[in-house]
Design a protein around this ligand. Structure first.
Ligand code: ZN
Length: 130
């Protein structure tokens, strides 16, 4: 992103040199083109500033989401729970990808395999604590 800012600043410097050069030539068409170029470069600089702000906001949001996602869970009774007791979460998803995927009660016909099921990876678990 810094390279883009440097490129625009370099273009602005080139426009200033063109403008100084045109003072000797005094061509009205060149003067108008330089003015248009100045406006376009100013717009590009504003757009870059907005993108940098948005980029930083998104980076902060990713950091916050990753921190939330990486919250340490406690394993008990066959599933994971948060420190506030929220859960149960899938052990396979958390162990392999650190994803907090909620377990849902399994269909009674399959309770002999597991009383809870992950809605993402579809694994079934016998959860004894809640
Ligand atoms: Zn899962």
């Amino acid at each position: 992103m810094i390279e883009i800012v440097e490129a625009v600043n370099s273009a602005i410097e080139t426009v200033k040199r063109l403008s100084a050069l045109n003072e000797k030539i005094k061509d009205a068409d060149v003067k108008m083109l330089i003015a248009d170029l100045n406006i376009e470069l100013a717009n590009a600089k504003n757009n870059i500033a907005e993108l940098l702000t948005e980029n930083q906001r998104l980076k902060d949001e990713i950091k916050k989401l990753n921190k939330k996602r990486m919250e340490k869970l406690q394993f008990k009774g066959g599933a994971y729970y948060s420190s506030t007791g929220d859960g149960p979460f899938c052990q396979r998803c958390y162990d392999s990808k650190q994803l907090k995927n909620r377990l849902v009660e399994n269909n009674p016909d399959f309770k002999f395999i597991g009383n809870y099921k992950c809605s993402i990876c579809n694994n079934m678990f016998k959860v004894t604590e809640q």
